[in-house]
Design a protein around this ligand. Structure first.
Ligand SMILES: [Zn+2]
Length: 422
């Protein structure tokens, strides 16, 4: 049960939440540099691109809308009707809230859209955008990012490494190159674990506060299976595209790397962040990231702290139960608030029923550089989702305002700091 946004209990909780120095648990930001961007291009760089594609935007039209040499008005004449079809989605609400708060929009009608876009262009072109977005507009103190971004103040950035991205066993592929850089030559299957460990230690030495992976089925592989998988992955037929041509070997090799990630994360006292559930663009088979696939991994690596992203949406309830069954699991609302406000609020209510309040992380922006300003609208929605559910608890279940405020403080600030030692 949750209360409407205009209920006085909700507005008071939103006010209290806005005073909390937030830890943003998940962004994809690279180093800040001034960008040439307009409203069309920002929308097509953001999750709302998925909705616009569903509404009928073809790849050819998308290409044309991204062409900055075509006047903005001409492009918006084509994009506007598609926007009307998606404007009630949670992704679209992020845009509306951000554009209203900082770029003078009211309803994004034809009379104002060009001016709004021009203000956005000016904001992206002016230096200091990250400080304006995170520090001045959002009250975010620490940002955990998976991109190459190491600014040090206002906000403070911390890096979560993505070792699996470079896992390609072609002889001169990114994995072999990274291993060589750490002094390990890949000559046989016996070199895999030393290479993986060296790369992971290298990430940690460069400042990684966590390792990131995706929820995939995991199992302990035998030495023979690993040797066979290595041979298959190194065969000439696999050289150009090892990920696709060895469907039998990659689950074994991925499982091996995940085992090393989980083992070293525990030794290094850093968490493993895991993508669960939702697709970030069209046509992806999101059933691949169904969260209960993680159960064997969670059972095997009990000393490793796992940060499960995105509330598992749309597999919200199974993910909620992972937080109850496994003491090594933390539940993270990053991105969930805007995948669907409704599903996120359901998860919040389930977590209050199911898991201790010290095991939840309340917000992560999950933007890239061209959509970074949207962190503002996203955080506003996050505060409101949390406040609506907590206000319901106050009204109907005897929670006090002080207790609700303590939960907001834990979820938005204290728990992520503790989990990431950040
Ligand atoms: Zn992400």
């Amino acid at each position: 049960m949750y209360l409407p946004p205009n209920d006085p209990l909700v507005t008071e909780l939103v006010r209290l939440a806005a005073e909390i120095p937030v830890v943003d648990t998940h962004q994809h930001l690279n180093a800040e540099e001034p960008m040439e961007l307009d409203l069309c291009r920002m929308m097509l760089s953001d999750y709302v691109n998925t909705d616009l594609t569903d509404a009928g935007m073809t790849p050819e039209l998308r290409e044309w809308l991204l062409d900055g040499s075509v006047p903005f008005g001409e492009r918006w004449a084509k994009l506007g009707p598609l926007w009307e079809q998606v404007r009630h989605s949670s992704y679209a609400e992020v845009h509306l809230r951000t554009l209203r708060a900082h770029y003078g929009a009211t309803d994004l009608g034809p009379g104002e859209v060009e001016e709004v876009s021009a203000r956005l262009t000016a904001d992206f072109a002016a230096p200091g955008l990250f400080r304006r977005v995170f520090h001045e507009r959002c009250g975010i103190e620490v940002v955990l990012t998976q991109g190459n971004c190491r600014q040090e103040r206002d906000p403070r950035f911390a890096w979560v490494a993505r070792p699996m991205d470079g896992f390609n066993l072609a002889p001169d592929g990114s994995f072999a190159t990274a291993a060589r850089g750490m002094g390990v030559e890949l000559a046989s299957a016996d070199d895999l674990v030393p290479a993986m460990d060296a790369i992971l230690h290298g990430h940690h030495a460069q400042g990684a506060v966590g390792f990131k992976m995706a929820a995939l089925p995991w199992r302990d592989a035998t030495k023979e299976e690993i040797a066979a998988a290595w041979e298959a992955a190194r065969a000439p037929a696999a050289a150009n595209d090892p990920y696709l041509r060895c469907p039998e070997s990659w689950p074994v090799l991925n499982s091996l790397y995940v085992s090393r990630i989980a083992t070293l994360a525990a030794e290094l006292d850093i968490p493993v962040a895991v993508h669960t559930g939702a697709p970030w663009t069209n046509w992806l088979d999101f059933s691949a990231w169904e969260p209960t696939a993680l159960i064997p991994l969670l059972q095997r690596f009990r000393e490793t702290r796992f940060d499960l992203y995105h509330a598992g949406l749309p597999y919200g309830t199974p993910l909620s139960m992972l937080g109850k069954a496994f003491p090594n699991v933390w539940l993270d609302l990053t991105w969930a608030h805007i995948i669907s406000r409704e599903l996120a609020r359901r998860s919040i209510a389930e977590w209050l029923d199911l898991v201790p309040t010290n095991k939840v992380l309340g917000f992560g922006g999950d933007n890239q550089n061209p959509s970074v300003v949207l962190t503002y609208g996203h955080l506003e929605i996050a505060r409101e989702n949390l406040a609506q559910v907590l206000a319901g608890r106050i009204k109907y279940s005897g929670m006090t305002m002080t207790q609700a405020e303590a939960i907001l403080r834990a979820w938005l600030s204290e728990n992520p700091r503790r989990l990431y030692r950040a």
